[in-house]
Design a protein around this ligand. Structure first.
Ligand code: C2E
Ligand code: CA
Ligand code: CA
Ligand code: CA
Length: 275
């Protein structure tokens, strides 16, 4: 029986894909992470010249065994399993609560951006959930921004448009994240109830040597201008990128050149000095 067991093991284990095993362990952990308080939010400032005008909330998972797990590793898994709905709801509430707390402390008010995933946008209770979260935390909708990636926004426009419209009608700012990576046409974009475009950070790479990236960024800036949308540049790491973006009329910047995502405490300090 012992030998049989060993054979079984040998048969089973080499066949088992390490990536799959890792995924299964992460998934098990993800199911209990909310209850165990393992998530936290970091905030990345968005600048307009020298001043902070907004913050993007970015989730962090402090796994008891693996340490910090990148959202790039667990958000897709959360999407797949549907766990993104409760997690996304937690992110929204935590972010709104934090933003309200800073305002109550008398810190200069800034808008807080929260990422919405595909599953959340497809949830018919989304608008009610957002409304209830604002009510519960007391945050004015004017200080909330919801980011939706271009590919998600362009998927099933028949349900997406009325939902985004309802959120925008509440006074929430809607922005298209990772813009330029999808294939949205000008007319498609025009039909969406949105306020701003966030240029995908992949275009910032080698902007001085890669002429196609340079022309894509110029085209996006022209597009935003013609649709009267504000333009946010993401992944700004150098002064040269900043100067080029400014020359195109872009006025809001996010990236390591200004600041990495930081903890709530560090953020509080930055806001207090944001005169
Ligand atoms: P994203 O929404 O495009 O967020 C920007 C990502 O770029 C962040 O990575 C940020 O740390 C990183 N970044 C910012 N500035 C720079 C820079 O100058 N250079 C470089 N190389 N990177 C920069 P992060 O925090 O690891 O998040 C990765 C992705 O995970 C996010 O991309 C977003 O798609 C997703 N994500 C994060 N938090 C949430 C969340 O609460 N909900 C959902 N649905 N997705 C989230
Ligand atoms: Ca984002
Ligand atoms: Ca982005
Ligand atoms: Ca992204």
């Amino acid at each position: 029986a012992k030998e049989h067991g060993r054979n079984n093991f040998q048969f089973f284990f080499p066949e088992m894909n390490i990536a799959l095993a890792k995924k299964m362990m992460l998934e098990a952990g993800l199911r209990t992470a909310l209850d165990n308080n393992e998530f936290q939010l970091h905030y990345q400032p968005q600048y307009d010249h020298e001043k902070i005008v907004g913050l993007e909330a970015l989730i962090r998972w402090q796994h008891p065994v693996y340490g910090i797990v990148s959202p790039l590793d667990f958000i897709p898994l959360a999407e797949e399993t549907g766990l993104i709905n409760p997690i996304g709801q937690w992110v929204l509430e935590k972010a709104c609560q934090q933003c309200m707390e800073w305002q109550q402390q008398g810190l200069p008010p800034v808008r807080l951006a929260v990422n919405l995933s595909m599953r959340q946008l497809q949830d018919k209770h989304l608008v009610t959930m957002v409304q209830q979260t604002l009510q519960k935390t007391g945050l004015s909708p004017a200080y909330l921004e919801l980011e939706i990636t271009e590919s998600i926004a362009m998927h099933r426009l028949d349900t997406v448009i009325p939902r985004l419209q309802a959120l925008q009608d509440m006074g929430i700012h809607i922005s298209i994240d990772d813009f330029g990576t999808g294939y949205s046409s000008l007319s498609c974009l025009q039909s969406l109830p949105i306020n701003s475009l966030k240029i995908d950070q992949s275009f910032m790479r080698n902007m001085s040597t890669n002429t196609s990236n340079t022309s894509i960024v110029s085209a996006i800036a022209a597009m935003a201008h013609s649709l009267s949308l504000s333009l946010v540049a993401e992944g700004v790491e150098t002064e040269a990128q900043l100067e080029f973006l400014r020359s195109l009329g872009c006025s809001t910047f996010q990236g390591y050149y200004f600041s990495k995502p930081i903890s709530a405490t560090e953020c509080e300090w930055l806001l207090a000095n944001n005169a």
